[in-house]
Design a binder for this molecule. Structure first.
Ligand code: AVJ
Length: 325
């Protein structure tokens, strides 16, 4: 990591290994609306906090998606005869197991390709899954999916590309379409794409999911500052920032911000000092909510079409099956 000054390197950071981090942070903090990428949330502590968030009563997406997967995958894997699962942003592979179990039940589970930014994290998950699924070839790919997929050359077909957890919501529309197009370019005719998207719904319910009563989301948000301190030697004081999350009805997204509670100057080695006014914010995440039309439009722009979307009007989350248009 040549340009990452590690002034307080107390231990290995699990998931942040991006040599372009300083440049990306510099660009984000010099924009009129200061902005940092949500990918900087996920060091060890951030990943733990996110997992705790997924268990909160207010945070409906994870448990809803898991139930949808459990209900649909056994039948879908039988229908498709999927031999390879490629998973974008594999996380702890908990949901992957639901799909892999359904593939194994058909006797066709041949290859699993988890894609993640952290090589360390990936090889741990890979080793674990090799033990759990003897006969399954696990070929992790280290890649920042916002840039490339870095897939192995040979994949048993048909393959299922899965992008779950509504992480697509973190991408601004042009980047979301570029990502879908990248998946489309890697797909062969019999392949499928499985997308998990959070849906538009009652605003109070969405906002509650990002303003939990235990304050875990606030801690998760502030943790990004600790990641920057650790990775770049920055001197952010997390106590000088307040968590703010609100739904924007025009762009259909949650925005998370860190609001400077006082006038302050932040130092990051290698950059000019960064002044923040009292009340000025840094946007740390967008979480876009979709509906059928907006998914169809993004798919169309990327050369995909919706093949199946088992909709239950009461389910606040979407699991969408796409094919090449
Ligand atoms: C992991 C991006 C799907 O947008 O809901 C949870 C992250 N941020 N609470 C989301 C998150 C605040 C989450 N994603």
């Amino acid at each position: 990591m040549p340009n990452l000054a590690r002034t307080r390197s107390s231990g290995p950071v699990e998931r942040i290994q991006n040599p372009g981090m300083l440049a990306e942070v510099a660009a984000g903090l010099s924009s009129p609306q200061k902005e940092l990428s949500p990918k900087f949330f996920y060091d060890q502590r951030g990943s733990e906090l996110f997992e705790a968030i997924t268990r909160l009563p207010e945070y409906y997406p994870t448990r809803t998606e898991r139930a949808l997967l459990a209900g649909w995958m056994p039948e879908l894997m039988r229908q498709l005869g999927t031999r390879t699962l490629i998973e974008l942003g594999a996380g702890n592979a908990e949901k992957s197991r639901i799909i892999l179990d359904a593939m194994r039940a058909t006797g066709l589970a041949e290859m699993y390709v988890p894609i993640d930014v952290s090589g360390t994290f990936l090889s741990q998950t890979a080793a674990q899954l090799r033990r759990e699924y003897p006969g399954l070839t696990v070929e992790p790919a280290v890649a920042d999916i916002s840039i490339e997929l870095n897939l192995p050359r040979h994949l048993p077909r048909p393959a299922l590309f899965a992008f779950l957890g509504s992480t697509i919501g973190n991408f601004y529309p042009p980047a979301a379409i570029r990502l879908l197009a990248r998946v489309r370019a890697a797909m062969e005719p019999g392949d499928r794409f499985l997308l998990g998207v959070d849906l538009r719904k009652d605003i109070a319910r969405i906002e509650a999911a990002y303003n939990d009563s235990q304050g875990l989301t606030a801690e998760f948000n502030r943790n990004m500052l600790l990641v920057l301190n650790h990775e770049l030697g920055a001197d952010f004081d997390p106590d000088a920032f307040a968590h703010r999350a609100f739904y924007d009805t025009v762009t259909h997204r949650i925005e998370m911000h860190l609001v400077s509670t006082r006038a302050q100057v932040v130092e990051i080695p290698g950059l000019e000092p960064i002044p923040l006014a009292a009340g000025e914010s840094i946007r740390t995440e967008i979480s876009t909510k979709y509906d059928r039309d907006s998914v169809a439009a993004c798919f169309a722009a990327a050369g995909l079409r919706i093949e199946a979307w088992p909709r239950d009007p009461l389910t606040p989350f979407g699991l969408v099956l796409g094919v090449r248009a």
